[in-house]
Design a binder for this molecule. Structure first.
Ligand SMILES: [Zn+2]
Length: 295
């Protein structure tokens, strides 16, 4: 349902030369992304907690090392504190972002792509599994651009947790090494906006940037460090003048009408239940409704 689309629907922001690989691989890339996001994204990680006064779910005398500072962690969830109570309004979008980054990072591992039935596990960015990985990175960047639709210029706030997360990942790509990714346009109003991802550097610059971002997101969550987490996340999802006044209007101009889904019906033919499907046209939509005796 999430990936439902009309046949020949235009694909804004994807370069002409990427259209073939993108349209061929985006559905399977999406499947990998969702699988890794839900199972290994939301499904991983431990919160360091003082579960009752003086009782810890980690060795307080030999605490884990914070990989960013190289020193033992010095913060954790105190008795009664939870992830939600410490991170408050930041929690949902921050957690979506962590899960998305886990998916972006693990999809760089070709043995993981193989588990999804893609390729034979050999690392080759130019092979068929590389196509899926490239489509996954293009998709994420495209979602990050399209996310601006969900940012409200009046309140200067994000209205959708996943979209805010994707915008921060787009910005992580844009900051990854010299021109790993860029938003390209020639027209002043950016009406010809397209996304560039350097396919040959996904496994180096791209992966490294995502890894660094995920490490920060993950450790700040595990150690209840809401102060550093807020600084990081707000910094990356702040919409500056260029995004607000050039990129966002270009995104809104490309907005496609809300989708209408043509639903199939089931009909009884004697003892047999038959699934009746309809063409993806206005006529198909009307026919699907007209066939429902209960409407
Ligand atoms: Zn999620």
């Amino acid at each position: 349902m999430l990936s439902a689309k009309a046949p020949n629907e235009p694909i804004p922001f994807i370069k002409e030369q990427d259209l073939e690989v993108y349209s061929r691989c985006r559905d399977i890339a999406f499947e990998v992304q969702v699988g890794l996001h839900e199972l290994l994204g939301h499904g991983c990680g431990k919160l360091l907690q003082e579960t009752a006064p003086g009782e810890f779910n980690f060795d307080i005398n030999n605490p884990p090392i914070d990989p960013m500072t190289g020193k033992p962690v010095d913060s954790w969830y105190k008795p009664g504190q939870t992830w939600g109570s410490v991170f408050g309004g930041l929690a949902p979008t921050y957690e979506e972002c962590r899960a998305e980054c886990v998916a972006m990072l693990l999809s760089c591992d070709f043995s993981i792509l193989k588990i999804f039935g893609i390729g034979d596990g050999t690392e080759d960015i130019n092979g068929p599994a590389g196509d899926v990985l490239y489509a996954a990175y293009l998709s994420m960047a495209r979602a990050g651009v399209a996310a601006l639709e969900y940012w409200d210029p009046k309140s200067r706030k994000w209205g959708q947790a996943h979209m805010q997360a994707r915008f921060s990942i787009l910005r992580t790509f844009l900051h990854a090494g010299c021109e790993f990714a860029s938003l390209d346009y020639n027209e002043k109003d950016a009406s010809d906006l397209t996304i560039k991802i350097d396919r040959g550097r996904i496994l180096t610059d791209g992966r490294l940037a995502v890894e660094k971002y995920l490490r920060e997101l993950h450790i700040f969550k595990a150690t209840a460090d809401v102060r550093r987490a807020t600084k990081l996340y707000e910094g990356l999802t702040d919409v500056d003048d260029w995004y607000e006044n050039t990129i966002r209007p270009a995104v809104l101009a490309k907005k496609t009408p809300r989708k209408v889904f043509v639903q199939a019906n089931t009909v009884l033919e004697g003892e047999k239940v038959i699934l009746k499907e309809y063409p993806a046209t206005p006529e198909g939509m009307i026919e699907s409704y007209a066939d429902r005796s209960y409407v």
